[in-house]
Ligand binder design. Structure first.
Ligand code: CP
Length: 315
């Protein structure tokens, strides 16, 4: 196989729209190496010794914040966590002043989650540490998009030519947006389904993207189904029937799953609303890679830290 010569050193990771297919391949190749470290008894390498990382979270998180923290620690970096509820943000400190404060402490990278679209891009313009976007409103969640690609590639051995169905609340999903950019760049066919009110109209005209009103059409013969979380907290109202009605029309259950390929892979970024968008049978069934996604999240975030802070070389 030809050696990948691209570099992400010093790059802010803001969204997969900025990535080339070669750069995505580089992250996936590096994550494969990183996953070996996670399986060791002693999960510690000196790649980022002497580097310091701050996670700055203005929204709740279990998977993303913890896996970025573990990723930094497994690589030997010092990692400090700031959450909005337990910092001077509650005293009214602005985003800019918080970023300046973190920068003044000499950190090398800031992992940031914020409710506003563009917040990570803004951070990358006002401070010098590398910014890794851990979710900005409904805009992007690039590390989640990459870990989804990694998980699919591990199972299917390839990405190009696969049919993926992304079902549910596409409108509010930063995961869906990052998935769509990443999957299209890697040659996958993307089928979207959900209530009309939760499907952004601009996607109807995009090449390689197919929008369906019925979930059954989207998942027919699919290689991969990603179920999205219903994001009630981002809805302003009027977009959604009842959860019972949603489960009946759009929920992924055993019966609907049988419409996809026999070896279909089921993904969900978490946290899940079980019984609404996905049935427990599907969430915990043999087609589900939902727990693997969590483990792969650590490997992919280790890859991102290594690539942006060292260029991929052991230092
Ligand atoms: N997938 C994801 O972003 O989960 P968390 O909100 O728990 O980080």
């Amino acid at each position: 196989m030809e050696k990948n010569t691209v570099s992400l050193r010093g790059r802010n990771i803001l969204g997969l729209e900025d990535f080339s297919p070669e750069e995505i391949r580089l992250v996936l190749e590096t994550a494969k190496e990183m996953k070996n470290i996670i399986h060791r008894d002693i999960k510690k390498v000196p790649t980022l010794r002497g580097k310091s990382i701050v996670t700055l979270f203005y929204e709740p998180s279990t998977r993303t914040r913890t896996s970025f923290e573990l990723a930094g620690k497994y690589l030997g970096a010092d990692v400090v966590n700031i959450t909005s509820g337990t910092s001077s943000i509650v005293k009214g400190e602005s985003l800019r002043d918080t970023l300046y404060t973190v920068e003044a402490m000499g950190v090398d990278a800031i992992v940031m989650r914020h409710k506003a679209e563009g917040a990570a891009a803004y951070a990358s313009r006002v401070v010098s540490p590398v910014i890794l976007n851990a979710g900005d409103g409904a805009h992007a969640h690039p590390s989640q998009g990459l870990l989804n690609l990694f998980t699919i590639q591990e199972h299917k051995g390839t990405l190009s030519g696969l049919k993926v169905a992304i079902v549910g609340d596409v409108l509010h999903s930063r995961v869906a947006r990052s998935d769509i950019y990443g999957m299209r760049k890697m040659g996958m066919e993307v089928h979207l389904a959900g209530p009309k009110t939760l499907l952004p109209r601009y996607l109807y005209e995009e090449p390689g993207i197919f929008v369906h009103e019925r979930i059954e059409e989207a998942i027919a013969d699919a290689d991969v189904i990603e179920v999205l979380r219903i994001q009630l907290e981002r809805m302003k109202g009027g977009l959604f029937p009842t959860t019972r009605e949603y489960a009946r029309i759009f929920g992924l259950n055993k019966q609907r799953l049988s419409l996809a390929k026999d070896d279909v892979l089921v993904l969900h970024p978490g946290p899940m609303n079980k019984g609404w968008e996905i049935s427990p049978f599907v969430a915990y069934g043999k087609q589900s890679a939902i727990q693997e996604e969590v483990q792969n999240g650590v490997a992919v975030r280790m890859a991102l830290f290594t690539l942006v802070l060292t260029g991929g070389k052991q230092e």
